[in-house]
Design a protein around this ligand. Structure first.
Ligand code: NCD
Length: 284
């Protein structure tokens, strides 16, 4: 049984073959998952991730049990994660879970009878976001994930998308990471081989191929607010790309959306394509 709990569960070969198929299929409607049922179990708010899985599953002919408002489920009565997982694994063929606690997806996988897909566990990981983030880089960087200068800005201490993405990109040759955050929100995971840390984005903007912007995670106790100006964004190299897992609060002005370097809406589209292929692989 294939659980997707961490980026460590995704080999480069698996990712390349998934991305190749995603480029080819581009979300094409089919019937491969007809008769299959997915549970979307979300203990934290989500717009993109839950809808993206819903769209992906439906595109392949499958059905979804959406549990997005846990306050209206038995969870609100105090049911344990284990009991909820046992219950939903008796009714569905795979479970996508987003939870407030680091390690919760792994806990779920210990009792589940069906594959578990981690859609974000507290400040732990978010491997399916990394599948689409990696795909975005793959598409806009001539199918390569090496020789990159990646600047990550925001809440690097709590941002699970950052942690998963750094894990992936650190596997490839000659990638250099710029971590930009105030000292309280510094990247706390094992550091990659080549990195530079600063609290001043202006030091590194010109030396950036990929700018990965994240919000400050208020719900995990982080304070601090920042927004990049049009002048700062315009000083990025012409061939660079700007990514953001969203939701954005005010980190990137809307005015930048029409700039050809802005790729955050492509990421959302790519998420559906990639998750569709992922579900087809996990469920068959
Ligand atoms: C991210 C998450 O939930 O970790 N959102 C997403 O899934 N695209 C990022 C965030 O919440 O800031």
């Amino acid at each position: 049984m294939l659980h997707i709990l961490s980026v460590d569960d995704l080999s480069n070969d698996f990712l390349y073959s998934l991305w190749q198929e995603a480029i080819f299929k581009k979300g094409l409607i089919n019937n491969k998952l007809k008769g299959k049922i997915l549970t979307n179990l979300f203990y934290e708010p989500s717009t993109r991730t839950s809808s993206s899985f819903y769209s992906a599953m439906t595109r392949s002919g499958g059905a979804v049990i959406p549990i997005n408002d846990v306050q209206f489920s038995s969870i609100a009565k105090g049911e344990s994660l284990e009991d909820t997982i046992m219950t939903m694994s008796a009714m569905s063929d795979a479970i996508v879970i987003r939870h407030t606690e680091n390690g919760s997806a792994r806990r779920a996988s210990m009792v589940s009878k069906v594959p578990i897909i981690n859609a974000g566990d507290g400040n732990g990981e978010h491997p399916t976001q990394t599948i689409l983030d990696g795909f975005t880089i793959y598409c806009f960087n001539n199918k390569k994930l090496s020789n990159l200068r990646i600047t990550l800005i925001g809440d690097l201490k709590n941002g699970r998308t950052v942690k998963s993405l750094v894990k992936l990109l650190n596997r490839f040759d000659n990638n250099h990471f710029n971590f930009v955050s105030p000292s309280q929100l510094k990247f706390s995971n094992p550091l990659p081989s080549k990195y530079y840390e600063t609290d001043n984005i202006d030091e590194v903007l010109k030396d950036t191929d990929i700018l990965y912007v994240t919000r400050v995670q208020k719900e995990r106790g982080s304070r601090h607010n920042y927004s990049l100006s049009m002048d700062q964004l315009n000083s990025l190299p012409k061939k660079s790309i700007v990514m953001h897992p969203f939701p954005r609060i005010n980190e990137i002005p809307q005015e930048f959306d029409k700039d050809s370097r802005a790729k955050y809406f492509d990421q959302i589209q790519f998420g559906v394509w990639c998750r569709q292929i992922l579900l087809e692989r996990v469920l068959s």
